[in-house]
Write a protein that binds this ligand. Structure first.
Ligand code: GMT
Length: 377
């Protein structure tokens, strides 16, 4: 079967899993597959009208009887409807909770009606690490993984974590996240840069959802050290629960005129296009898509050495890795790069070259192969 009809279930928000799922669907559609996105609101990266792409919204009902709305049930019902009437070949669910369990339910309902639909589950990280914090999810996730026709994880590190936390019988395939390398118009980039920094001021950048796991306060502490040595600017992109703490630390450190809080941005390429270094001091990352997006824009990465990050950011080549929380080492590494134009240029080139190992062209066939295997079972 060359062209497939695929249902992609995802979180439509700014999070990495939603971005990967949306970009995957867009790329598959471009290759001629028919893609049906199923989720509760328009995915952030979906954009406008495109050939072969359909979006099915899960309406979350608001009955006064329910204190908590049964999203999983509504999602499973929508999956049944879309599979049946759009005649889908398979479902690909991103994130285990509740997408894999809803897929299992949909699969069983359809089976009772004589329709066989396989589902592929992609683990993105927090779906697995969450279990470390709340073991009550374990039996549901283990069951859904074992019922999946295929399971993929976005890094070797996440595969290892999955095998440690769950008694999975299904093989876990590693399919790394991917990136589309884009050419930025250098003149345009220069014009935008001038609005944020002087020509001789390096621009550092951090993009995340400002959750605790991102250690955004470390971003400010690193920047504070760098800025003392080399007057610079910091672009902070995103928003989230740590924003208030960040605001007060920024004021406390007297950095407000140096730090630019941009807020949520749909397309981060322009911000990265004017950046010299990317900071990712996370507590953990199954992959670190934000780091790969930075590298694809020739931005070296100063990060923590945790989870799947070392599979993306190569120490001493595309950036530097430090122990989680070691802000002074991260600051020293940033200064080392910013102090030498030739070193920075070399790292910028290395970052772009490394990002090409994760190009869409390389990764897309891995998913297509898994789809074909599942359909031929
Ligand atoms: O990191 C987040 O807060 C968002 C989260 C998500 O589920 O969207 O990201 C996870 O999936 C991304 C895409 O595969 C990975 O690049 C991130 O590393 C991973 N986050 C964590 O493991 C904390």
């Amino acid at each position: 079967m060359d062209k497939m009809k695929i249902g992609i279930v995802l979180y439509p928000t700014f999070g990495g899993s939603g971005v990967v799922a949306t970009e995957l669907g867009k790329a598959l559609a471009k290759k001629g597959h028919e893609i049906h996105f199923i989720t509760y609101s328009q995915p952030v990266r979906l954009g406008s009208f495109r050939e072969n792409i359909f979006y099915h919204e899960v309406a979350v009902s608001d009955y006064p009887l329910f204190e908590y709305q049964p999203y999983e049930t509504e999602l499973a019902s929508k999956m049944v409807d879309v599979v049946k009437y759009e005649k889908l070949d398979l479902l690909h669910v991103h994130y285990a909770i509740p997408h894999a369990s809803a897929a299992f339910m949909a699969k069983q309902i359809l089976l009772s009606q004589g329709i066989k639909i396989p589902y592929v589950t992609t683990l993105h990280g927090t779906d697995i690490t969450l279990v470390g914090k709340d073991p009550s999810f374990e039996p549901v996730i283990t069951f859904c993984l074992n019922q999946s026709d295929a399971v993929t994880a976005v890094s070797e590190s996440l595969k290892k974590d999955t095998l440690e936390h769950f008694k999975t019988k299904t093989e876990v395939h590693v399919v790394p996240n991917f990136i589309q390398i884009m050419d930025e118009d250098a003149n345009q980039v220069q014009l935008i840069r001038q609005r944020y920094a002087l020509d001789n001021e390096p621009v550092l950048c951090h993009i995340s959802n400002f959750r605790k796991v991102k250690r955004v306060e470390d971003v400010l502490l690193i920047f504070n050290e760098v800025n003392k040595k080399i007057p610079s600017k910091l672009l902070l992109v995103g928003d989230g629960p740590e924003r208030a703490n960040l605001d007060s630390l920024c004021r406390q450190l007297n950095l407000c005129d140096r730090v630019i809080m941009i807020g949520k941005v749909r397309d981060t390429a322009h911000v990265l296009g004017i950046s010299d270094l990317f900071l990712l001091p996370s507590e953990t990352e199954s992959f670190g898509l934000a780091a790969l997006e930075a590298m694809a824009m020739s931005v070296p990465v100063i990060s923590s050495n945790t989870g799947g990050i070392p599979e993306v950011n190569v120490h001493g080549v595309t950036g530097f890795l430090s122990n989680v929380g070691d802000v002074s080492d991260m600051a020293q590494n940033a200064i080392k790069l910013l102090e030498s134009d030739s070193l920075l240029s070399k790292f910028k080139m290395n970052a772009l070259n490394r990002a090409k190992d994760f190009s869409l062209e390389k990764v897309l066939p891995l998913y297509e192969r898994i789809y074909k295997q599942v359909l031929s079972k």
